[in-house]
Design a protein around this ligand. Sequence first.
Ligand SMILES: Cc1ncc(C[n+]2csc(CCOP(=O)(O)OP(=O)(O)O)c2C)c(N)n1
Ligand code: SF4
Length: 309
Amino acid sequence: MLKLEEVKTDVFNDWCPGCGDFGILSALQQAIAELEVPREKIAVFSGIGCSGKTPHFLNVYGIHTLHGRSLPIAAGAKLANKDLTVIAVGGDGDGYGIGAGHFVATGRRNLDLTYVVFNNGVYGLTKGQSAPTLAKGLRTKSMPAPAIVEAVNPIALAICAGFTFVARSYSLSVKHLKATILAAIRHPGTALVDVLQPCPTYNDLHTKEFWAGADTPDKKPRWYDLQQEGFDAVVRDPEDGGEVVRKKTAGVMKSLEGGEREPVGVFFEWKTATYGEQLAARMPLLAEKPLAEADFSGRDLTPLLAELA
Ligand SMILES: Cc1ncc(C[n+]2csc(CCOP(=O)(O)OP(=O)(O)O)c2C)c(N)n1
Ligand code: SF4
């Protein structure tokens, strides 16, 4: 296990005071410290946005990539080096807007990687335009008029795209978030952790006080823990197609649940063959060692070329 200080960097952080990003960073740092994986075997990839700065604050390998493109680059890293623990991070605009095609394609592959989405309902870095998760009819202070398009439901989208671990947490509930991120990283397959977070600068609707339920009669948080209420998201028999469909349906139904409180926790979890395992079954070389370390010198490519001719 790493010391927390070893995971932090001294890069200047210019996130606004009170931003939910701080809670997500703290949970990520704690999760990475507890993973029991050497720092040089961990890589974090981000897109562009306030959230995109996250790799600068984590003392592991990483690349701050392009807007909406963290997932294909993370996937490439995992394909090249199966021994890496790969984490992608970014905003809801990054992942569910411009990167939505990559989001679906990544779910279908089931590579062993984790995607943490900073879901604040706005495009923070570019001054608060509505992000794909902002519900139709809502208007934040930086919008001229209420949103006239339907919001994306990332949990349902992920389950239907093929993600095999789909969870949600809240940025200021760092203990729950850290545990959820750890479970996602340890899950052998593609995992999504959608993190509800306040953006105090541009989203004046989903504030810290809103999530704490300060304005509700019972003053209870506007989220509840699915697992504490007995929701069983785990597919027990990975080969039972009927159970997979039932658990997927239950997860989607939960994600559609409207009302006073948002469910957080695990919506769907299924341990099934990863992309890497399926490739290795066809190409034994990939089972032996990471592609990046393979020695191709002296290999006779004639049979391969003949096959392709
Ligand atoms: C190809 C491309 N299009 C648009 C932009 C402008 N841009 C930068 S960040 C961003 C949105 C950021 O919002 P989000 O992904 O939700 O992250 P946040 O800043 O809220 O963390 C946009 C549209 C860009 N950098 N690249
Ligand atoms: S603009 Fe919003 S998301 Fe970006 S750092 Fe400021 S509070 Fe955080």
